[in-house]
Design a protein around this ligand. Structure first.
Ligand code: GDP
Length: 452
């Protein structure tokens, strides 16, 4: 493989910049441009040591730098690596990089250092993906997720599943190949229950993708309710400042207003939708359509009811259109005279909070409900599936296991079952990168920045 070089620090002025060189010729190339003050050549330096010296271009001294040596395989990429810490000016950093390239290195592509680390067996594909997640983490919990991925927690969970699968495959192979030997018979009902258990484990791991997404991006929350129920007031009260226009003319909130707010330990991505009602107003009707489509995608729905009025047809239409398992009924305006049929609402919703959005009363009840709804989520340290690629591989593997189950139930021969389970195992290996096409690897690393 060629020797590559790139600037590893941001393209901006700073105290120092780091230029990384990786590959067989990393030390030979370094010796062409570096003169250590102690007189030692880079090729003679031990791994994990550094030297102070000048970068030179023929007779010209370009900069005084510190050069650190990492010898293969004990380096980030698994290859010989030299890292030059120079003064952090953009011009000087680029000038040194150009000099390195002139002396035989090739410019590194996006993520090429990490790609080499993966190809040299220094990390699994999920760990490599985590490197970029760590870099782009914007908060504490997000960083915990990325670090768990980097430390291999996801890899270990997937490997656990793969081992279960391999054990079943081994039993099947032994039974098929040596039926007359003293090999335990594979009984369909036992196999079926093993596959059932495996399928549940797959589903559990796939569900961590949503837990991770909720931590990273917040709970996708939609506020619905008939006009004047108090949706905008609730949103304003939750966000702590006036954002949507609150009036008592019905139908003021036409478009969807979005806001990210913190409620206890949770981040909610709130959208206040147009009041759900039948209307001739074309624009408002579009808003109503959007409201219904948003509800389908949401993780959480706040269905707001006006307790000072009877339940209307619109309220009932909302109730019949929402997924109750992810909905909280918000009985609003408890400061006013009550008319609403509370028992009816309690009989339908598992989660109910009675509040006065106007007086900011009862918000802590909503917080408690969220803890109850989302607290069962796994902990980031256990390892969460981190992206669509990983989720797709896992879902495909789960489909193969489920197909194997159905095939077994309908009497397909064990050979057929083996083929399906082999495919499931291959999907898991694609997930971890043990068996993955070049195109997938290229795609993963194309999302990286140059120098990582
Ligand atoms: P939306 O159409 O559902 O967004 O409703 P708004 O938030 O615009 O509120 C409609 C009207 O109800 C406004 O006059 C609010 O001041 C009033 N309102 C909202 N929440 C409360 C509440 O908790 N108590 C009382 N008494 N009035 C409220």
């Amino acid at each position: 493989m060629s020797t590559i070089a790139a600037i590893a620090t941001p393209d901006a002025p700073g105290g120092i910049s780091v230029i990384r060189i990786s590959g067989n010729d990393a030390f030979v190339i370094s010796d062409r441009i570096f003169r250590s003050f102690a007189g030692k050549t880079v090729q003679d330096m031990e791994g994990y040591t550094c030297a102070y010296g000048n970068i030179v271009d023929a007779d010209e001294v370009v900069d005084d730098v510190v050069l650190t040596v990492f010898r293969a395989p004990k380096s980030y990429t698994g290859e010989n690596v030299a890292e030059i810490s120079c003064h952090g000016g953009r011009y000087i950093t680029r000038k040194i990089l150009r000099l390195i390239l002139k002396n035989g290195a090739e410019p590194a592509g996006a993520g090429e250092f990490t790609k080499r680390a993966f190809l040299n067996g220094k990390m699994s594909l999920t760990q490599a993906e985590a490197v970029m997640d760590v870099i782009s983490s914007a908060g504490e919990t997000e960083l915990r997720c990325a670090n768990a991925l980097k430390d291999g927690a996801v890899f270990r969970r997937i490997n656990g599943l793969k081992n279960d699968l391999v054990k079943i495959l081994a039993d099947l192979a032994a039974w098929a190949d040596f039926p007359e030997e003293d090999v335990p018979e594979v009984r369909p009902e036992v196999l079926l229950s093993e596959l059932e258990e495996l399928s549940q484990k797959f589903a559990k791991l796939a569900a961590t993708y949503d837990s991770g997404r909720i931590i990273r991006d917040g709970i996708n929350t939609v506020i619905v309710g008939r006009p004047n129920a108090g949706k905008s007031t609730l949103m304003n009260c939750l966000s702590g400042f006036q954002r949507s226009i609150v009036t008592d003319i019905e139908g003021t909130t036409r478009d969807v207003i979005e806001e990210s707010i913190k409620l206890g330990d949770f981040t909610l991505r709130l959208s206040d939708t147009a009041g759900i009602r039948s209307t001739d107003d074309v624009i408002e009707n579009m808003g109503v359509e959007i409201a219904f489509s948003r509800m389908k995608e949401a993780d959480l729905i706040f269905a707001v009811f006006d307790s000072s009025r009877d339940l209307s047809e619109e309220d009932k239409r909302i109730i019949s259109n929402i997924d109750l398992s992810k909905s909280v009924a918000i009985i609003n305006k408890i400061d006013a005279d009550s008319k609403i049929d509370r028992d009816y609402i309690y009989s339908i919703f598992k989660y109910v909070a009675e509040i006065s959005a106007k007086n900011e009363d009862g918000i802590e009840k909503i917080e408690k409900i969220l803890e109850e709804m989302f607290e069962h989520n796994d902990k980031p340290e256990n390892g969460f599936i981190a992206n669509e690629r990983q989720k797709n591989c896992l879902e495909r593997a789960a489909e193969y296991v489920n197909e194997a189950k159905t095939a077994l139930e309908s009497g397909v021969l064990l050979d057929g079952i083996t083929v399906l389970l082999d495919s499931a195992s291959e999907k898991l290996m694609e997930l971890t990168g043990e068996k993955v096409s070049e195109a997938v690897v290229d795609d993963v690393f194309s999302r990286f920045c140059v120098g990582k």
